[in-house]
Design a protein around this ligand. Structure first.
Ligand code: SF4
Ligand code: SF4
Length: 97
């Protein structure tokens, strides 16, 4: 497990990453060019060329690439719901200590 944590919780346990609406995505790859964190991968061929390969590399609560997408094909989980989940996970971790 990576040592990286966010709000005291291992990053891998936090469900925050871009969701791609493939019915809107036009493969422009602006999101890939925009993000410096190696979250996305571009496949050479196939219907879904854009892949969220490393979701745990995404910076929790960042939504920047969503703004770079000209067709609004990128969405993110609900922020307050994610915060609540993080707190819940942390509570569970504390209970197990
Ligand atoms: S910026 Fe939007 S349209 Fe372009 S590849 Fe990314 S998700 Fe698809
Ligand atoms: S939200 Fe931020 S960190 Fe996550 S993939 Fe987009 S630009 Fe990268």
């Amino acid at each position: 497990m990576s040592a990286e944590t966010f709000m005291g919780v291992p990053r891998e346990k936090i469900d925050w990453s871009p969701r791609i609406d493939y019915s809107k995505c036009n493969d422009c790859m602006e999101c890939v060019k925009f993000c410096p964190h190696n979250v996305y991968e571009v496949k050479e061929e196939g219907e879904q060329r854009l892949v969220v390969k490393n979701p745990s590399n995404c910076v929790v609560f960042c939504r920047a690439c969503g703004k770079a997408c000209g067709v609004d094909a990128i969405s993110f989980p609900d922020k307050s719901g994610t915060t609540a989940n993080i707190k819940k996970i942390r509570k569970g971790m504390e209970a197990n200590e």
